[in-house]
Design a protein around this ligand. Structure first.
Ligand SMILES: NC(=O)c1ccc[n+]([C@@H]2O[C@H](COP(=O)([O-])OP(=O)(O)OC[C@H]3O[C@@H](n4cnc5c(N)ncnc54)[C@H](O)[C@@H]3O)[C@@H](O)[C@H]2O)c1
Length: 440
């Protein structure tokens, strides 16, 4: 059993803390947000992730997890500290490292009180060089000898929101990457993950930092490729899903790629990480043209809905539009960079009246968009609508009966096309016959 401090208890930090505690390690959560700490202590996470709450309650009962807003309480007793604070985008696309700076500075001060070896691990997504340039100098300030008394690692996180607990506990498909300052630091991390069944890759610190960006940029590139192709299929009156099936027959492409077309990617990571990677590359004179295009295509996808809507129901001024799905994906309450919100904003700009629905994310959506109405049920959202847009792949949207005769734009291709009921009017991204001729 190792003693771990997790600094920053948002989506990544809390999942990391609870999952490591469930493997028998003793974990202390640290956050500057006192409300979060009080909630964690009472067993009620402030974020929604499947399985998180029962697991949190269990590890609290087993006294394997506690929480504090005072790092000095936690760090001197810990063998490992994880930095899991946010690294949002700045205006110019570079990452805001101020949270990394202050967390590592606090760790540096608290390390003075630590007797014995301690490894500081950066789990936040940071561009190559951040750990060396920002974290390491703050740790040196402790007066401890790096490599002897204090170790340093980077351990990028690959969990997906909506299935974060499952992903963390079962990393076989994503692997575990450990960037290490020295062998001893890396060995302790391997020991921490000894009960996880996954390949472990040990690299240098900067390589591990880069691996996270490389993976997210690669996946985002696939999504934008799919969307661009789907847009072409649409104007050529082809069904992109058929084309995708044909692509997947090629074993070099294969199934399970990020080739679904629709409203584009949302969430806190892809856009931020692409911008972060482009920004660090441009500092060294490299213009990442491909990634610039990836982002451009993605930004354009919600606007395609407006074009489709105009073809479908004419002028949008004063029309009532229901947007189903406001989180950036199903199974989460996270609305950062949500496509549903982008679509809602685009309709508001056209003078439409927008009603939104999401089973988990309406509270968070309301914090960033209070100029739309929120409906308690799908039925209430659809009542009297001139048009409905499906913005996430939620199972509950897959029911034809809900829509009655309301025209639908299926932004995620969730509705089955093989049994379209009579009278339905449907348009989908990547489906050429627009609107689909009503079968009634
Ligand atoms: N969200 C994801 O799906 C995901 C996946 C992989 C990697 N990441 C990366 O992980 C990092 C964290 O992301 P997140 O979504 O969990 O962020 P978040 O915004 O949900 O949480 C960050 C937390 O850090 C806390 N914090 C800030 N400064 C602090 C300090 N000095 N001491 C203690 N706590 C502090 C904040 O109060 C907040 O609770 C980011 O770099 C992100 O890119 C996120």
């Amino acid at each position: 059993m190792l003693r771990v401090a997790v600094i920053g208890t948002g989506y990544v930090g809390l999942t990391t803390a609870v999952c490591l505690a469930s493997k028998g390690h003793h974990v202390t959560c640290v956050d500057i947000d006192k409300t979060k700490i009080a909630k964690i202590k009472s067993g009620e996470p402030m974020i929604h992730e499947e399985g998180l709450e029962p697991l949190l309650k269990r590890v609290l009962e087993e006294s394997l997890l506690d929480a504090t807003s005072n790092l000095e309480d936690a760090l001197p007793k810990a063998d490992i500290s994880f930095i899991c604070v946010g690294t949002p985008s700045l205006e110019d696309g570079s990452i805001d490292t101020s949270y990394i700076y202050s967390a590592s500075k606090q760790i540096g001060s608290a390390l003075v009180q630590r007797d014995g070896y301690h490894v500081v691990v950066v789990k936040s997504t940071v561009v190559p060089g951040t750990t060396d340039d920002i974290v390491v100098p703050n740790l040196r300030a402790s007066g401890k000898k790096l490599g002897a008394e204090v170790g340093v690692c980077t351990n990028p996180e690959f969990l997906r929101e909506g299935s974060s607990v499952q992903d963390f506990l079962n990393p076989a498909n994503s692997g575990i990457v450990i960037g290490e300052l020295d062998t001893r630091s890396g060995d302790l991390m391997v020991n921490l993950y000894r009960d996880f069944d996954a390949p472990i890759l040990r690299t240098g610190i900067r390589e591990a930092e880069m691996i996270k960006y490389a993976r997210n940029a690669y996946l985002a590139k696939d999504i934008s490729f799919a969307n661009e192709l789907a847009n072409v299929c649409e104007v050529l009156e082809l069904d992109y899903l058929r084309v995708k099936q044909g692509m997947e027959l090629d074993s070099r492409i294969g199934k399970g790629r990020f080739l679904d077309a629709g409203l584009g990617y949302g969430g806190s990571c892809f856009k931020k990480d692409i911008r972060g990677l482009m920004s660090i590359a441009s500092k060294y004179g490299i213009d990442m043209k491909l990634l610039r295009a990836v982002e451009e295509v993605n930004q354009g996808q919600p606007l395609r809905v407006i074009q489709l809507a105009k073809k479908f129901i004419g002028a949008l001024q004063g029309k009532k539009i229901s947007v189903l799905g406001l989180a950036f994906k199903p199974g989460t309450d996270d609305v950062r960079e949500s496509r549903g919100i982008a679509v809602a904003r685009a309709f508001l700009k056209e003078g439409s009246k927008v009603v939104g629905y999401d089973p988990l994310a309406m509270k968070n959506a309301n914090l960033i968009l209070d100029s739309i109405e929120y409906a308690k049920t799908i039925e209430a959202a659809l009542e009297g609508s001139d048009l409905c847009v499906i913005a996430t792949e939620l199972e509950e949207f897959r029911n034809w009966e809900l829509y009655d005769r309301i025209p639908i734009i299926d932004g995620r291709r969730v509705l089955p096309l093989d049994n379209i009921p009579k009278g339905v009017r449907l348009a989908s991204i990547g489906f050429g016959k627009r609107p689909l001729p009503s079968s009634g």
